[in-house]
Design a protein around this ligand. Structure first.
Ligand SMILES: C[S@@+](CC[C@H](N)C(=O)[O-])C[C@H]1O[C@@H](n2cnc3c(N)ncnc32)[C@H](O)[C@@H]1O
Length: 247
């Protein structure tokens, strides 16, 4: 499926793609832990076919596919460059992987159904509130009964105090991981220079529109999800989950 809107690079810039490919393991706090948590939450889904929404390089998909030979994943992203990286990373899984190029805000791709799970990481915050509510309703429709939605994403803090803590924790995590992976501040410098730390921005960012934990929980319940929960939270990054109980 091709994107019908403009190129994703309008908002998610080429330089973001390059930065994220090089430093993603540092910029995303406790990334391995998040990836594991997302896949752990999908362990008991009724159909082992998961949609990875805005898959990037396919890290979530790689983890899910590696857990069982029966697992299948459809990866979706708006960036041809990211899909190429994902395809390369997932080549060894052969026909257990399908690829869709689409814009997350477009509704054409949401006509598909029969998924046991939908997972997504660091992308839904690009949609505004009404866009997220519509997405949650559509995702629920795409799932089989018993299917599970899991979302890892940035959240909007409820107060200045929790915003500061999220920003501080994020920077500390990046500093430690930069030292561990690059032997110094290379990745930390890139994080600071690119103003990646949403919680320390001085100007509003029109492209990033995180919502609060309370809003996400309300909207997931409103969309009909049951067992809505926050399964993991650190440095402003949260993992949400909800189950489709009935058809
Ligand atoms: C921060 S990366 C996260 C990638 C991956 N989920 C991960 O956690 O490693 C955001 C991804 O969303 C994709 N993206 C951004 N805006 C998009 C849009 N409007 N439609 C589809 N994909 C989009 C980007 O191409 C990129 O792959």
């Amino acid at each position: 499926m091709e994107m019908s809107g403009g190129p994703v690079e309008d908002g998610w810039r080429m330089s973001d793609t390059e930065l994220f490919s090089r430093y993603g393991d540092v910029f995303v706090p406790r990334r391995r832990e998040q990836v594991s948590a997302v896949c752990d939450l999908l362990a008991d889904i009724p159909v082992p076919h998961v949609l990875d929404l805005c898959c990037g390089e396919g890290l979530l998909a790689e983890e899910y596919l590696g857990r069982s030979d029966g697992h299948r994943v459809t990866v979706l992203d708006g960036s041809a460059e990211m899909l190429e990286l994902a395809t390369k990373r997932l080549r060894r899984f052969g026909d257990r992987v399908s690829v869709v190029r689409a814009d997350i805000s477009n509704r054409d791709w949401r006509r598909e159904s029969g998924y046991g799970g939908v997972m997504t990481s660091l992308a839904v915050h690009h949609l505004d509130g009404p866009g997220k509510r519509e997405l949650y309703r559509d995702i629920r429709r795409m799932l089989v009964p018993g299917g599970v939605f899991v979302m890892a994403d940035l959240i909007e803090p409820a107060s200045a105090v929790t915003r500061k803590l999220a920003g501080d924790h994020w920077r500390q995590a990046v500093a430690a991981e930069s030292a561990a992976r690059f032997g110094g501040d290379e990745a930390l410098d890139a994080f600071e220079r690119s103003e990646w730390n949403y919680y320390r921005l001085t100007e509003p960012d029109p492209y990033d529109k995180p919502s609060s934990i309370a809003e996400h929980v309300d909207w997931l319940r409103e969309a009909g999800f049951a067992d809505v929960d926050v399964a993991w939270l650190f440095a402003g990054h949260a993992v949400f989950t909800g189950t489709k109980k009935t058809a």
